[in-house]
Design a protein around this ligand. Structure first.
Ligand code: ADP
Ligand code: TYD
Length: 212
């Protein structure tokens, strides 16, 4: 794995299907790193900056057919660009550790693979507008039915994607595992079907290895 020097910060992302436990593990990892004295920024996508949070409401609320896959791709990319410019890049330049719930790999999956066969357009837009990969990506792997049940039990307003159901979840699980092989230098796969403490222990071990 290519590691930046510490004064360039460390960019860690979590990926996985809805309900796999990403948000839970982001919070735990941020607490763990803060307790060790690191300067940590905890954030999420879509969102993470005021402008991107506004776009979040547009893409995650409403009817499943509210946007085409192409329009969605533009909205997610616009949100990511704002998030990068205003939060992620400045934090990394200050030497901080950025822990982000989802990033460009989610676009490669959701818009690139499942909502439309748009992977080429996703990659082109990424190269044009984002041009940044995480240093470490933790894929929380989980069976689709359990993930969906956990996600729906939260009952938030941001359920537009959860409304696509278990078929989407299954396709996303397989897609994320394939992506982990495609980008094997930065991806680490973690079994999310265990208690949160055990999962957090594996996450911490991977992050310690990246920091070493
Ligand atoms: P995600 O961000 O991947 O959608 P969350 O972290 O929000 O997932 O978790 C979804 C739901 O499952 C939450 O109610 C959370 O409390 C619960 N949960 C998270 N991790 C675990 C786990 N390892 N075992 C059981 N339940 C979990
Ligand atoms: P969120 O509630 O943050 O996810 P989770 O249920 O995993 O906690 O909702 C994010 C949804 O947006 C999720 O279903 C995946 C989708 N998404 C995309 O389609 N493309 C993207 O680029 C990103 C970042 C998310």
């Amino acid at each position: 794995m290519t590691r930046p020097s510490r004064n360039q910060g460390l960019f860690i992302t979590f990926e996985g299907i809805d309900g796999s436990g990403k948000s839970t593990q982001v919070r735990r990892l941020a607490d763990y790193l803060c307790a060790q004295g690191h300067d940590v920024v905890e954030t999420r996508e879509p969102g993470g900056s005021p402008g991107a949070e506004e776009i979040r409401a547009l893409v995650l609320q409403g009817e499943p057919d509210r946007w085409s896959a192409e329009t969605e791709l533009l909205l997610f990319t616009a949100a990511r660009r704002d998030h990068l410019e205003r939060l992620i890049e400045p934090a990394l330049a200050d030497g901080k550790i950025v822990v982000c719930d989802r990033f460009a790999d989610s676009t490669r999956m959701y818009q690139g693979l499942s909502r439309g066969n748009l992977r080429e357009a996703v990659d082109t837009l990424h190269d044009l507008m984002i041009c940044r990969e995480p240093d470490l990506t933790l894929l929380i792997d989980m069976d689709p039915a359990t993930g969906l049940a956990r996600a729906l039990s939260r009952q938030t307003e941001d359920e537009r994607f959860e409304a696509f159901g278990e078929a989407l979840q299954s396709q996303m699980r397989a897609g994320f595992l394939a992506l982990a092989e495609e980008f094997s230098d930065r991806f680490r796969v973690i079994d999310g079907a265990r208690d949160p403490e055990t999962v957090a222990g594996d996450v911490a071990a991977q992050v310690e290895a990246a920091l070493a």
